[in-house]
Design a protein around this ligand. Structure first.
Ligand code: GRF
Length: 198
């Protein structure tokens, strides 16, 4: 039997880079571990490899930079949730999508977040601070970088011989579990907030 549509949110994915997070979502939707569908993928740069992954999966893609163009495209696609997947811009959120935009950050927010903190910089900062653990944080987005309500976090140890690259790999493996869980959690929350149709 087909899964009822209210159990499968339509996702709009925004990215700037390689699309590893998109690939993880595609893999998990493909094997049934994540109940969702991807309505389209937009990048802020035409050379983002994530666009190629999306095209290879037969998804609708766009290169969009203007927030107004992004929102009208997402509204046209009728997406339920917007998933930032390595998207490097701060996106002002329109009221229709308040509480519906998710991000994942490769640290234990509020540590090591904020403007300019992405990729290897985050892991270098964790090592420089001498933190005993790191992790990842899936959260709702608001008007500031890495600041909205935390949905799901996972912790990983920092090992004495870690480099930014080895720590990044451990954190990314945690992200692959955490982001699908956060998408599912947020969709369940929104379903509970919405009175059932008579
Ligand atoms: C992830 O590590 C995530 O924490 C951050 O972007 C990274 C994925 O970007 N938001 P990419 O797919 O490697 O470009």
């Amino acid at each position: 039997m087909a899964t009822p549509s209210h159990l499968r949110p339509r996702l709009g994915v925004l990215l700037s880079g390689t699309g590893r997070t998109l690939q993880n979502l595609l893999d998990r939707i493909g094997d049934g571990r994540l109940r969702a569908s991807i309505a389209g993928v937009a990048a802020d740069r035409a050379d983002a490899f994530g666009l190629q992954r999306a095209m290879d999966s037969g998804l609708e893609t766009r290169v969009l930079r203007e927030p107004s163009a992004i929102w009208s495209w997402l509204l046209e696609l009728d997406v339920d949730l917007v998933v930032l997947a390595g998207y490097l811009r701060l996106l002002p959120i329109v009221p229709e999508f308040d509480g519906r935009v998710l991000n994942i950050h490769p640290s234990l927010l509020p540590r090591h977040g904020g403007r300019g903190m992405h990729g290897e910089r985050v892991h270098s900062a964790v090592l420089a601070a001498g933190d005993a653990e790191s992790g990842c944080t899936a959260h709702l987005c608001n008007a500031r970088y890495d600041d909205g309500r935390i949905l799901v976090q996972a912790r990983v140890p920092v090992r004495p011989d870690d480099t930014p690259a080895t720590l990044a790999a451990r954190v990314f493996a945690a992200e692959c579990e955490v982001y699908p869980a956060a998408i599912t959690l947020r969709w369940q929350e929104l379903q509970q907030d919405t009175p059932a149709a008579p």
